[in-house]
Design a protein around this ligand. Sequence first.
Ligand SMILES: [Zn+2]
Length: 149
Amino acid sequence: MIIYDLCCDNDHRFEGWFHSADDFTEQLERRFVSCPQCDSHQVRRVPSAVAIGTSAAAAPGMPSVALSGTAMMPAGKQVMALYRQLIQAVVESCEDVGEGFVDEARKMHYNEAPERPIRGAATEDECEALRDEGIEVIRLPSIKDEELN
Ligand SMILES: [Zn+2]
């Protein structure tokens, strides 16, 4: 959603909400945009301040335009998208040792196996035990693909 500051040929200023810049252009060309005060279709965009990310920059009454698509994304989806990236990065960069994770992590720690990023199955207790031995492990809840979408 984009908010544009608009002005008619009688210098009435008002805000218009549009899905995108293209949506604005299309609505303007089809004369769907009119001044709420005088109904004029001679509408143009007026230069306005741009607020990205920080709401502190936009003082009350100050015209602002939301430019960032991601800022308008529902928080939950955004978090899941980031989480999905994280999981994918882990999956792609780590060797899957499956049930042998705890053994392999110990071997690496005690220089009995080459050090490398690994992933696999471990219980919370097993992770605790590894941490007690000074082995850094991160537990990622397993999430099915469809839940990430
Ligand atoms: Zn007007």
